[in-house]
Design a protein around this ligand. Structure first.
Ligand code: ATP
Length: 235
């Protein structure tokens, strides 16, 4: 089966001359949950920013559902949802308008029933008329996820979804990922935490210094390295 995400020989050098990615090859299978583990500065955000078409690669190729993210941006981007680390939304918009507008950006027809489902799934329904500035940090994170799901993506990138969140949101996040998996959505998540990969992923990739140093089925990886060893390797 064709992978939903295919990355080949991907490199990225920033204007400073710093090489953030040094030749990444990775295929992500439809329906799987793939965890990309790595320490600060390893290149995780750079990789997913390129895969979403937000940042231009220096060389190499990324396809989503067979569409080149650089050459066939609209087709590829429509299949992708991104939950970034930082809130990137107008503070004065309401939750409802933010999520509805996000769907419109992808050229999808209005579908209030879908928006309602997304907001209910994320426990945001009661807050639908609140402005974003009135929400807590955890609620703002939920809005980011709702935005990313507004246009029914087949591939969802979660960039450090649980960094700095409380226990309740972390548990909700895991539940949400599980539900999305059952709906057939492919998920790529980045994390510093081995526990997160252990809890959620089917396969795990480890990125360090801009290189993907290993990709394994989670069960095989845990057996091979053991929990302690992997944590040490990432330090
Ligand atoms: P973190 O876990 O801290 O988010 P990361 O693995 O996501 O890290 P990236 O954000 O992809 O790492 O950054 C990889 C490297 O590229 C870092 O050294 C970072 O400083 C550098 N970098 C990122 N964006 C730029 C930029 N616009 N210009 C120059 N260097 C950059």
């Amino acid at each position: 089966m064709q992978p939903i995400l295919s990355i080949s020989k991907l490199t990225k050098s920033y204007a400073t001359g710093f090489q953030a990615l040094k030749g990444i090859d990775l295929d992500v299978r439809e329906g799987e949950i793939f965890a990309l583990l790595g320490p600060n500065g390893a290149g995780k955000t750079t990789m997913i920013s390129i895969a979403c078409g937000l940042v231009r690669a220096t060389s190499g190729r990324v396809t989503v559902g067979g569409h080149d993210i650089a050459g066939a941006y609209r087709a590829a981007r429509g299949m992708v949802g991104l939950v970034p680390q930082e809130l990137t939304t107008d503070a004065f918009e309401t939750v409802w308008d933010t999520v509805t507008f996000s769907r419109g950006l992808f050229g999808k027809r209005r579908d209030p029933a879908h928006i309602e489902k997304v907001l209910r799934d994320l426990s945001l329904w009661e807050k639908k008329d609140s402005q974003l500035r009135q929400l807590s940090g955890g609620m703002k994170r939920r809005v980011l996820i709702a935005k990313a799901l507004s246009h029914e993506p087949r591939l969802l990138f979660l960039d450090e979804p649980t960094a700095g969140v409380d226990v309740e949101l972390r548990r909700d996040m895991w539940r949400l990922v599980d539900g999305l998996r059952r709906d057939g959505v492919t998920i790529v998540l980045t994390t510093h935490y081995i526990e997160e990969a252990e809890e959620m992923a089917d396969r795990v990739g480890v990125i360090r210094g801009g290189e993907l140093i290993l990709v394994e089925e989670k069960a095989a990886l845990m057996q091979k390295l053991g929990r302690k060893r992997l944590v040490l390797d990432l330090a």
